[in-house]
Design a protein around this ligand. Structure first.
Ligand code: FMN
Length: 293
């Protein structure tokens, strides 16, 4: 029997909020109009505890501090849609950084917030690797350069292209050829000492997850977005680094340097640091492509 969720019979008013909110129908009212938790289907979302108006529901094993009142942490006017809209519009990719380290307390908050991003089936399966050692960042750049060299060798080789075509990978190779100049630019940058991969950022955050888990890529992308938004709110800048995710697919050395567990895949990478420049204006963007049906 699952008795982790405890309803205080003295405090329950029978308002049915838990019954309405539980996504797994774990609650019902007993004949005395008291909520009863009976299910083994609980997915640990804790909507019941977070919403009970009488604070009648608790968790047997988890610390009460985890369930502190939201109102104690947030200003009453924090929900300002217009401000949030403008703030989100103002976030740009940062590719120029100050030589200023990120404070430990801020880094801890950035990591902490990823625990609260939604995950499919509440799987909570996002894992983070934080790289801030210059030596490790350099190793990643060196291995990325090797990856580009071997990659260019392949796409420039007519025999390899023919083979790829035979095994149904022709489209992938054609796409890679179209973007060849980007890889060449990055490689030349490495050779000349310009960092087109991490743009000189002091920290790289790698989001990975067990590839056989529930929605691992989506969960990593959402967690990275949470971290990015919070970082920008702390005055930091961020940029997604799809290139490293891409190189990691082809070169296992990247996983080894990052000590990524065997069954995990890298799904997202973010660079973080204090921006050297401020953006003064919003930017123009395509109109949304939206169908109203
Ligand atoms: C999934 C993803 C991968 C990206 N990969 C890179 C990258 O490897 N290097 C880079 O400099 N920017 C990368 N970007 C940043 C985009 O180029 C950038 O978001 C886009 O040009 C729009 O600019 P803005 O973010 O400043 O509005 C990536 C963005 C996303 C969403």
């Amino acid at each position: 029997m699952d008795d982790r969720i405890v309803v205080s019979r003295d405090d329950c008013s029978g308002c049915e909020t838990c019954i309405d909110l539980c996504p797994r129908d774990c609650f019902h009212l007993d004949p005395k109009n008291i909520a009863v938790y009976t299910s083994t289907r609980c997915r640990d979302c804790y909507h019941c505890i977070a919403s009970c108006p009488e604070a009648a529901i608790s968790h047997r094993d988890l610390p009460v501090e985890d369930f502190q009142l939201i109102a104690d942490s947030l200003n009453p006017d924090y929900k300002d849609g217009d401000q949030t809209h403008s703030f989100l519009k103002s976030i740009r990719s940062t590719r120029n950084f100050l030589e200023k380290p990120i404070e430990l307390e801020i880094m801890e908050k950035l990591i902490d917030v990823t625990r609260y991003s939604p995950t499919g089936h509440h799987s909570q399966n996002v894992e983070l690797t934080l790289v801030s050692e210059p030596k490790t960042i350099q190793q990643l750049k060196d291995v990325s350069a090797e990856t580009i060299v071997s990659f260019l060798k392949k796409i420039d080789n007519p025999f390899y292209r023919f083979l790829a075509h035979l095994v149904g990978k022709g489209k992938t190779i054609r796409k890679a050829q179209k973007t060849r100049h980007r890889f060449v630019r990055m490689l030349e940058g490495f050779q000349e000492g310009t960092d087109y991969l991490f743009h000189g950022a002091p920290a790289v955050v790698v989001f990975h997850s067990n590839k056989d888990g529930t929605t691992p890529g989506d969960n990593c992308n959402i967690a990275a977005t949470y971290l990015s938004i919070l970082a920008n709110n702390y005055g930091l800048g961020t940029c997604f680094i799809g290139y490293l995710t891409y190189y990691a697919k082809y070169n296992p050395d990247i996983r080894d340097i990052l000590k990524i567990p065997k069954d995990n895949q890298i799904y997202q990478v973010l660079i973080v640091g204090y921006p050297k420049h401020e953006f003064r204006t919003f930017v123009s963007r395509d109109q949304p492509k939206i169908n109203l049906v």
